[in-house]
Ligand binder design. Sequence first.
Ligand SMILES: Nc1nc2c(ncn2[C@@H]2O[C@H](COP(=O)(O)OP(=O)(O)O)[C@@H](O)[C@H]2O)c(=O)[nH]1
Ligand SMILES: Nc1ncnc2c1ncn2[C@@H]1O[C@H](COP(=O)(O)OP(=O)(O)O)[C@@H](O)[C@H]1O
Length: 183
Amino acid sequence: MTDRPRLTVLSGPSGVGKSTVVAHLRKAHPEVWLSVSATTRRPRPGERHGVHYFFVDDEEFDKLIANGELLEWAEFAGHRYGTPRRAVLDHLDAGVPVLLEIDLQGARLVRDSMPDARLVFLAPPSWEELVRRLTGRGTEPPEVVERRLAVARTELAAEPEFDVTLVNTSVEDVAAELLALIR
Ligand SMILES: Nc1nc2c(ncn2[C@@H]2O[C@H](COP(=O)(O)OP(=O)(O)O)[C@@H](O)[C@H]2O)c(=O)[nH]1
Ligand SMILES: Nc1ncnc2c1ncn2[C@@H]1O[C@H](COP(=O)(O)OP(=O)(O)O)[C@@H](O)[C@H]1O
């Protein structure tokens, strides 16, 4: 057995600031490898194929599942999202710390298949602040925001399942705490 670095999974409700924290961390620490997920959702303005996500259609996603190419996958707010298995294992084998930013269902699946993974929950300072961030981001129409907030209520209840909780008050502080956990 090689001495593999640990897999870190960052999860938390939509709009809590996962992408913001991860972007901040990676800017200062590009040595942390962030898995790029496949998704059937359409790109938002500025999102690039292969950088933010691999944007695929339903048929391509079906193939990824059928070929066993996904470490885990889940349906979230009407779209499917999955972690390509090979790249994660290759980076871990090469000694590179790997970070996954995935939803609660995916975090549970990783916990079951890779018990050594460390599960980190990103929590909002308050419910009101979560609503403000998700609405303020302005990337989704009101009905999608509503759907994501409904999911967020159940996701917040799952916090005790995680190894660590970080409260996203300051992006800088949380990114530093996350880095310390990854290393
Ligand atoms: N299970 C799983 N969830 C994912 C994956 N990639 C992204 N997600 C999660 O899917 C949810 C929706 O992501 P997205 O549409 O980009 O919205 P955002 O996170 O609110 O910006 C978030 O909770 C992501 O963490 C994946 O590969 N697997
Ligand atoms: N610590 C923070 N304080 C204030 N606003 C934040 C903080 N972290 C993130 N945000 C803002 O909240 C919104 C949602 O953040 P985002 O990273 O897109 O969340 P997620 O990836 O969890 O869905 C964005 O507009 C972002 O700028």
